[in-house]
Design a protein around this ligand. Sequence first.
Ligand code: 5GP
Length: 182
Amino acid sequence: MSAKLLVISGSSGVGKGTVIKSLLEKCPDLNLSISCTTRNPRPGEKDGINYFFISREEFKKGIENNDFLEWAEFSGNLYGTRESYINDCLNQNKNVLLEIETQGALQVKAKMPEAVLIFIAPPSLEELEARLRGRHTETEEAIQKRLEFVKLEIENSKQYDYVVINDAVENAVNQILKIIGV
Ligand code: 5GP
């Protein structure tokens, strides 16, 4: 069987990180692609582990050299997936997982139609709004901005192969395992 290219997206606040962590624990043969980004590392994040943290100039050079399978601007920073890593994995028959936002995911689908796109959705927008407010970390304006973006992502997710509702992490992970045939 040929290796799978799995792309998972989901708006912030849907618990995507927890779902992916559990998925990787259950599927040790799934290789998580490490993206390049121009944003600054957050406390605890390490270069080459969470991301390859590069300058905007380096990123632009990468775009010119066609290094990226996909890239997108998100919240004022650039994010991209190196094509060589993906090709190396697939050529070695290794399954790959990309955790990227929807604009990039649709670029991947256009270039590699065999990619399986999964969108992790909140049970409802109301619930997501409650979760974002529950964090107490953001201003009202920032929350409204996020919600607008979530609506755009939900619109893009109509082009995905699967939408998994994250009502409970365990359920969401089990659904994804079923989709990828584990
Ligand atoms: P964060 O800055 O919170 O780590 O990520 C912000 C957003 O960028 C998330 O939605 C994440 O999925 C997305 N992202 C991370 N890496 C990539 C990438 O390589 N390409 C694209 N298109 N989005 C990415």
